[in-house]
Design a protein around this ligand. Structure first.
Ligand code: MN
Length: 394
């Protein structure tokens, strides 16, 4: 067995009703919180009021920053950072999905470092966050990015048409509140998109050159749970038991992501949603996952065979490896059950931009590409995107 390291410093509060602890948890860290959330969901669901009430009851002052959009930009993060500095905020609390949590992490840096956040995202002369970074607490309302347990913040730099990530231990949240009841209000389409993200984190980490026997355990559990529970969570959004299983799947995949990072699918998806900000992260990922399995199953027949089995498409009684070629079908079957059997063309991507997006991926997501087994070349990446371009394949 290979040596490995594993690190995750986040205190996880998992369970329905755990959100009620937010006041005391924040009060243990700071006196003045900035609540970072999207433009309407948390307000409509009453969650923003509930959070404000719990924080104030615990003696914490609250400043609300409710301007986060999907695929959050450097501009909005700088705005939040400026406000946090002006108001004297000493703890950042994210309330929402990946966009709110990643923006909150960016704000925690922007508020405490005399520089625009883009300096921490660019390819050359990238700045590194320091221990001055404000502490972060995340309460997640989706089962998707797992940002609540990772050291990553994905932020789009508008002037560069770039969607890159800050990866730094100072943006590991202090506390992750994972309350499946908060995901009940998540609409079916968002449930499907974020569920595809969970599958991608687990799958990419499973094959990553950074994978370990420990992350493999989490990855296999996550893949199994997504296959079993995501379709039902999409069909019956109000079913708390399905939501709990997806919350747990997301947490498992989060431990994979935080230790292995992402690989080729995420590397290619980032340029897609940088150029097409209306493309949801999970939908972008969904275009390429099955094609990747179809093109690469022979590189690791054991693990692709395991995926086929975990998703219920393995050949009973045969060796695991013999099921490897069915992994692609198993993945596309799952995606079709959640309404996400989509192509790049379906998402409005121009075929003529594929090469440019591949070059972008190599420029600022090169580390993720390098973690993918098979020493993928520029041509390999183009081939994968071309194969994912139209519904019937290339
Ligand atoms: Mn992701």
């Amino acid at each position: 067995m290979n040596d490995f390291t594993f690190f995750n410093p986040v205190r996880v509060l998992f369970g329905s009703g755990s959100f009620d602890q937010i006041g005391e948890r924040v009060a243990g860290i700071g006196k003045h919180a900035m609540l970072v959330t999207g433009r309407s969901a948390a307000r409509k669901s009453g969650l923003l009021d509930r959070a404000t009430g719990l924080l104030e009851a615990a003696g914490v002052d609250v400043t609300v920053f409710d301007r986060i959009m999907p695929n959050p930009t450097d501009e909005i993060v700088d705005e939040g950072g400026e406000m946090a500095r002006r108001e004297g905020v000493d703890v950042i609390v994210a309330l929402g999905g990946g966009s709110s949590m990643d923006a909150a992490k960016g704000i925690a840096i922007a508020a405490t470092h005399e520089a625009p956040i883009s300096e921490f995202l660019r390819v050359q002369d990238k700045r590194t966050p320091t221990e001055a970074t404000l502490p972060i607490i995340c309460a997640t309302t989706t089962s998707g990015t797992a940002s609540e347990v990772t050291p990553f913040a994905v932020i789009s730099t508008v002037s560069e048409t770039m969607k890159s990530a800050i990866a730094n231990d100072f943006i590991y949240p202090r506390v992750a509140i994972i309350d499946p009841e908060l995901t009940i209000t998540c609409p079916a389409s968002v449930t499907a998109n974020t569920g595809a993200d969970v599958l991608a984190h687990a799958m990419e980490g499973y094959f990553s050159t950074a994978a370990s026997p420990l992350t493999d355990l989490f990855a296999e559990r996550a893949i199994y749970l997504v296959g079993r529970h995501l379709p039902r969570a999409v069909e019956a959004c109000g079913d708390l038991q399905e939501r709990e299983q997806m919350s747990f799947a997301n947490l498992c995949a989060g431990y994979v992501l935080s230790n292995c990072g992402a690989s080729v699918i995420h590397a290619l998806e980032h340029p897609i949603s940088a150029h097409y900000p209306e493309v949801a992260h999970g939908a972008g990922l969904a275009t390429m996952m099955a094609k990747w399995a179809e093109l690469y199953w022979e590189h690791d027949p054991y693990k692709f065979g395991r995926i086929a089995h975990l998703l219920g498409r393995g050949i009973p009684g045969a060796s695991v490896e013999q099921s490897a070629e069915f992994a692609a079908d198993a993945i596309s079957g799952l995606l079709s059950r959640i309404g996400l059997e989509v192509s790049l063309e379906d998402l409005g991507v121009q075929r003529s931009e594929i090469e440019r997006m591949v070059d972008d991926a190599l420029s600022y997501m090169g580390g993720a590409v390098a973690k993918t087994p098979g020493d993928l070349t520029r041509d390999d990446l183009i081939k994968l995107m071309e194969a994912s371009y139209s519904s019937g394949g290339s």
